[in-house]
Design a binder for this molecule. Structure first.
Ligand code: 5GP
Length: 214
């Protein structure tokens, strides 16, 4: 019960954020996680080496290729894909636990991962694509990071075009011109999706009880 009435039991949802790297997705994801106690981040496994400042178990589970393959073959990954020259995948167990207990998970995964998750868990997935406001803004953000070499930046600009071509496969698209406005948009999406009738498992029982006394 809350001050205003009962809390209706619901299934958790899977909020998938995709974008070309440099569109501001990571910043938006962090903001959302910090503000929202019901939302946690899915921590992917990857064969990519850690960047400076990245911590194993917080940013990614950094594994070697043999370890990654073992996880994939054992069915421990809900989806996985090759992105650039590395493998990335979503560990299954934390996702299933979260959905069952009604908490939500945020995914920073590419279009291949979004497709696989949608195929497997269609009703639980909400897909949001983040677009950069312009090519110039994308190039600037990639350069400002300066953690990757020029070659990597160039390759990522090329990949951006391929990633962007998948925007129609998403439920929502946010053009990230202003971080505050984009974060507000994401919060609105989350608030509305949490209220969807199909997710409110407790609704049937709640209404049945109510009808008894009417
Ligand atoms: P980065 O190496 O910059 O951290 O990530 C590169 C790309 O891989 C990003 O587009 C990111 O969304 C994607 N990615 C990260 N984790 C996963 C994952 O578990 N599965 C899939 N399919 N893509 C991922």
């Amino acid at each position: 019960m809350t001050a205003h009435g009962p809390t209706i039991e619901r299934r958790g949802l899977l909020l998938v954020l995709s974008s070309p790297s440099g569109a501001g997705k990571t910043t938006l994801a962090r903001r959302l996680i910090e503000e929202d106690a019901e939302l946690s981040m899915s921590i992917s496994a990857t064969t990519r080496p850690p960047r400076p400042g990245e911590i194993n178990g917080r940013d990614y589970h950094f594994v070697d290729e043999a370890g990654f393959k073992r996880m994939a073959e054992a069915g421990d990954l809900l989806e996985w894909a090759r992105v650039f020259d590395n493998f990335y995948g979503t560990p299954r167990a934390p996702v299933e636990t979260a959905i069952a207990k009604g908490s939500d998970i945020l995914f920073d995964i590419d279009w291949q991962g979004a497709q696989q998750l949608s195929e497997k868990m269609k009703h639980d997935v909400v897909r949001v694509f983040i677009l950069p406001p312009s090519v110039e803004a994308l190039a600037e953000r990639l350069k400002a990071r300066a953690q990757d070499s020029d070659d990597v930046v160039r390759a990522r600009m090329q990949k951006a075009s391929a990633e962007i071509s998948h925007w129609p496969e998403y439920d929502y698209v946010i053009v990230n011109t202003n971080l505050d406005a984009s974060a507000a948009g994401l919060r609105a999406i989350l608030a509305a999706e949490r209220l969807k009738r199909e997710r409110l498992d407790g609704l049937t029982g709640f209404v049945r009880e109510m009808q008894k006394t009417l």
